[in-house]
Design a binder for this molecule. Structure first.
Ligand code: HPA
Length: 286
């Protein structure tokens, strides 16, 4: 049985090995890491000077088993900003260990990424939302019953007890809000409840989530946001409301429909993320 210290050291070695592997493959030195949610994968097309790798060729990366998640890592540029982009993410409900789910985020932080943009498909709870609404995450409620920081803390990654007041960076959020105004895109704000899945919620659970103060619900993002914030990255979360959550609307939920809605808001989503990075993001601290 391996003890906590050995496990932590092994993890640092694995992260560093993947960082070295990626650095040897590309001269792109990413400042921004982006994770694309279900149906939002086509955003990868906006990258210039793109260099792509299959997850299956990257040490420590897993297979993407979810339909609508492609399983490629792309390096490239948006304007003058160098980015790394995950087309497809790993979810805890796929049966992976949480350590494995957040492994890429640790790699991005160790590569020197300063900003992390997490995107997802989510169910809308707030009644001012409708299908296709884009929502900037202001805060989350972790209802997964899990935390990726459980275990021996790796001090060089971040503190044992991280403050979570500004998990979603207010300064960066403001840049997205400004850019949305300039593009005439309706970007709302909201609180994201992170659940385990893979079942969608029952109507009773959605009523509970509403009572708890959640505006959106989804099965990703929270573990990644925790790790990104722990490791000092400025985190942003953008949800695409692909459906109103169970019971809020009487329509039964199907993953196929969810991908279709995300595809329809792609144009707004893409220009918002692309233009915010290109026009508003701070340039790298050297
Ligand atoms: N619930 C949870 N996750 C989701 C939903 C939902 O309604 N829609 C898209 N992802």
């Amino acid at each position: 049985m391996i003890d906590g210290q050995t496990k932590a050291l092994k993890q640092v070695e694995e992260v560093n090995a993947t960082v070295d592997f990626l650095k040897a493959k590309t001269s792109i030195n990413p400042q921004v890491a982006i994770v694309l949610g279900s149906g939002l994968g086509n955003f990868a097309d906006v990258l210039k000077d793109k260099f792509s790798l299959d997850y299956s060729d990257i040490p420590g990366f897993l297979e993407c088993s979810v339909q609508g998640h492609q399983g490629q890592l792309h390096f490239g540029k948006i304007g003058n900003v160098e980015v790394v982009l995950m087309q497809g993410r790993f979810h805890f409900y796929e049966g992976y260990k949480l350590d494995q789910v957040v492994f890429p985020i640790k790699v991005f932080a160790q590569m020197g990424c300063e900003q992390l943009i997490l995107t997802n498909a989510a169910g809308g709870i707030h009644t001012s939302y409708a299908q296709g609404q884009l929502v900037l995450i202001q805060d989350h409620i972790n209802l997964t019953g899990q935390n990726p920081l459980v275990g021996k803390n790796i001090e060089k990654f971040g503190p044992r007890f991280p403050d979570m007041t500004y998990t979603y960076n207010p300064t960066i959020n403001e840049l997205f809000i400004q850019q949305a105004k300039e593009l005439n895109i309706d970007l709302k704000t909201g609180i994201y409840a992170g659940v385990l899945g893979p079942t969608y919620e029952t109507p009773a659970e959605v009523r509970m989530l509403k009572t708890l103060g959640a505006d959106l619900v989804g099965m990703s993002t929270v573990p990644e946001a925790i790790i990104g914030h722990h490791m000092g990255m400025k985190v942003t979360g953008i949800s695409c409301v692909t459906n109103m959550a169970a019971g809020i609307s009487k329509i039964e939920l199907k993953h196929e429909d969810i991908k279709d809605v995300a595809n329809k808001v792609m144009a707004d989503f893409s220009s918002l993320v692309e233009k915010t990075i290109e026009n508003k993001f701070p340039t790298r601290h050297t």
